[in-house]
Design a protein around this ligand. Sequence first.
Ligand code: ATP
Length: 691
Amino acid sequence: MAASRAALRAMREDVRALDIRDVTANWVNAAVLEAQVEDRIKALADLAHTPLFFGRLDYLPAAQEGQSFYIGRRHVHDGAGDPMVVDWRAPVSRPFYRASRADPQDVALRRRFGYTGGELTAYEDEALTEPPSRAAGPGSGAAGVPGPAAAPDPAAASDASAGHTSALLRAEIERPRVGPMRDIVATIQPEQDEIVRSGLAGTVCVQGGPGTGKTAVGLHRVAYLLYAHRERLARTGTLVIGPNRSFLHYIEQVLPALGELEVRQATVDDLVAHVEVRGTDEPAAALVKGDARMAEVLRRALRSQVTTPAEALVVVRGSRRWRVPAYELAELVRELLDRDIRYGAARDALPQRVAHAVLTRMEEAGEAPDDRTQDAVARNPAVKALVKAVWPQVEPARLVLRLLSDPEFLAEHAEGLLDEAEQRAVRWAKPPRSVRSARWSAADAVLIDEAMDLVSRTHSLGHVVLDEAQDLSPMQYRAVGRRCSTGSATVLGDLAQGTTPWATSGWARALEHLGKPEALVEELTAGFRVPREVIAYASRLLPHIAPGLAEVRSVREAPGSLEVRTGAGAADVVAACRAALGRAGSVGLIAADARLPELAEALAEAGLPYLSPGDETTAESRLTLVPASLAKGLEYDYVVLDEPAAVVAGEPDERTGLRRLYVALTRAVSGLTVLHAEPLPPQLAPAGPLP
Ligand SMILES: Nc1ncnc2c1ncn2[C@@H]1O[C@H](COP(=O)(O)OP(=O)(O)OP(=O)(O)O)[C@@H](O)[C@H]1O
């Protein structure tokens, strides 16, 4: 490790010493090159607390010339240019994640290193092929490793390859959390790696219960794709979409820690922020506005802006007048309407079509017009006036405004699509006077985005990761789909955690709305976050919230990690938080949104400082007060859950309430304490004895 650190330092020095004076033609080039050199130096910085490698592969003599490779977060080479540490994403690193005894992939030995505060303190060996090859390998290099070897005996090694939890994996998961989400490069599991390394061309959808690593997998997939397709993605761009700001804040450090600084992160609301959102919808209105039928309503409404020319066009040029009859103009318009092009593109094409019709007449009259004549005709005031009248410019927000405020206009275009009640639900009670004064809702902004795309095509990125996808409405899927129409996507979600009125009931439908019906649906079933005792308790809700979904198989047992007791109010909650703070790591107090003011006051009175979700935990400040509505995607070493019945009652219907509770019950890594004064929701009672 010391040698590779030194080599990395030398690599940095090499870049620093580059003399670029002679290779740049002018100051602009020089400035660009200098910036690149600066970036490269930054990229080569040695992160004191991230070890340079976490694994080693010893190949069999017949493969890779029997070499050993150290696997790390980045590539390090020695003075001669030979690799000392290889990037975890390189093909030669792949068996580190995928090889097993059943399929050793030419590897004799896999070694995992354990660190404590940057110090190498342990290692774990797995012989993937029979011992003779191992003895011949360079395994003796381990002699100088300080500290105890974690699992050097072959029995433990075979256990690990059979999918049992290794001591290092367990230690990594249970390492106390401070600060934002961490990467998992050292311990990506085979079923996860398969998704991480799947090709750029295809869209992958991952269904996985709480804590199965969906978010982690999505982020590592981006890092992998950027490595494998660097140039292409640098050009086309990548985007990670998460449910809200606090979640994005929580995950925002993972990619930079993996050396990837160029990935944009946004919520769906950010993507469609064409108007200021100041209003909210009744659930009934939001449901209809988010329905895919609205796309057709919008399409019809937009097309209705085009009118059939009723009069002939007369173009005067010099002493001559050219006349194109109305029926011929109407045919041109019809042709454009029938073609599958955007409203704006068709509008741009119309003048040339009309000019062409005029030119045909000129030719018939014996003239010899050229391209310049056609351009001039297309710009003729009469042609311009015709286009303006027949194919007017449309402002998308105004179109949506009219649909939501003009009952007749809506009825005309929603006919056969939305019934009377649905039309009433989406209409504004008091129509706003202008786009600017309207109290737009989040769902309205999505409608405007759809209308904008009908007018001119939305720019598509190379790859989009969509997290917590189960909560999107069909119209939101469409908005995301537009942003990867020429690229691919990674869709991550859990049907059991859907808490919006329009939550997805099945992935096939969702993928259709996204425009990726051919996507592969994969399932992650191993749970990393939540210990077995806790997930078993939470899973009692599954038959009520997502029948058919299998219970997460936790990789860890943690006896005593679950405590359910009656408490007599805020004082008990404070006491439970104090107890949790007595241990290392982060603590989340999760409660129904309505209970937050009372609990905040109790914490303040008790002199317990607390953070809000999205604030970074530090060694000094480890307690976060989390409204149940923001708990999704987050995790804490210890969770105190206040009053489950109130969490359920906080939602408009019981199923959503129980799903919210399921989310809240599955945030803990090391311990969950449930406190209740009211009776627990009956669905949490243990399942009865089998008949
Ligand atoms: N292979 C792994 N090695 C170590 N830790 C892992 C691994 N996979 C997942 N984890 C850890 O498990 C926890 C849960 O992961 P993550 O948040 O990605 O799960 P999720 O499926 O998105 O959960 P949710 O459905 O609750 O949002 C994280 O702390 C993550 O670092």
